[in-house]
Write a protein that binds this ligand. Structure first.
Ligand code: SF4
Length: 243
């Protein structure tokens, strides 16, 4: 059975690539190398989730690197902090290292769970992987795992694998937190708007009710006045008749 080194960004993204590669007859070995996941406890959580996946699937796991230094990584971007552009610089060391280890340890091929994500720049990952393969003389196995996106999500939930809330680096964390804050503010504004609308509707209903009650009171008053006038006319007629 040919063996393959599967670079893994996290536990949930590893599930379907593992399933698909095994279905094709490959014997995968997971490779943990993610030098910019932030903060440290997030890096540890994702690594531990991958260990869990390795144990569940009974596959070997190669781990490389320690808790990353986010400041050093941002410095390494040389100012290219924009989402998308910085991501190419993020795939590069991962793919290079995977290609290098695949060659050094005699794997038949290598690939990456990054090819499972709908949010990554697929073409850029492929380019970086091919460049790594060319440099180290290993074979990159291209697979598009994205069609299995929902199967992976379902499986990760069923297996209870830790699911992260941001892509990985400190910048993606800040962006995710800002988006979350924005969403919360939008939700709060919508809630306040709805409350104000309901209060205005309630006030309008109250005014309508009061206006109706005033109109009825006025009508009743007029009716009483009419009755009083009628009764007074009758009394005058009676006393005139008696005389
Ligand atoms: S957003 Fe994700 S892919 Fe892009 S640089 Fe950050 S960790 Fe890497």
């Amino acid at each position: 059975m040919p063996n393959i080194l599967l670079h893994a960004c996290c536990g949930p993204c590893s599930l379907m690539p593992l399933v698909r590669l095994r279905d094709e007859g490959w014997e995968p070995t997971l490779f943990w190398f993610n030098p910019n996941i932030h903060p440290a406890d997030e890096w540890l959580k994702r690594r531990d989730a991958l260990r869990e996946v390795a144990a569940k699937f009974k596959v070997s796991l190669v781990e490389l690197g320690d808790v990353p230094d986010p400041a050093a990584w941002v410095r390494g971007l040389g100012g290219e902090t924009e989402f998308g552009k910085r991501c190419t610089l993020c795939y590069r060391p991962r793919m290079l290292k995977t290609a290098e280890i695949a060659a050094a340890q005699g794997f038949d091929a290598f690939t990456s769970t990054l090819l499972y994500s709908k949010y990554q720049n697929h073409e850029s990952i492929v380019q970086e992987a091919e460049a790594g393969a060319a440099r180290f003389g290993s074979r990159f196995l291209y697979r598009d795992f994205r069609p299995f996106w929902w199967d992976g999500i379902t499986m990760s939930k069923e297996l209870g694998i830790y699911r992260q809330k941001w892509c990985g680096c400190i910048l993606s964390m800040k962006e995710a937190l800002a988006q979350q804050k924005e969403a919360e503010q939008r939700k709060a504004a919508q809630k306040a708007e709805r409350a104000a609308r309901l209060a205005a509707e309630e006030e309008a209903r109250k005014r309508k009710k009061e206006a109706l009650a005033a109109k009825q009171a006025e009508k009743e008053q007029k009716r009483r006045e009419r009755l009083a006038r009628k009764s007074s006319t009758l009394q005058t007629t009676d006393s005139t008749a008696a005389e």
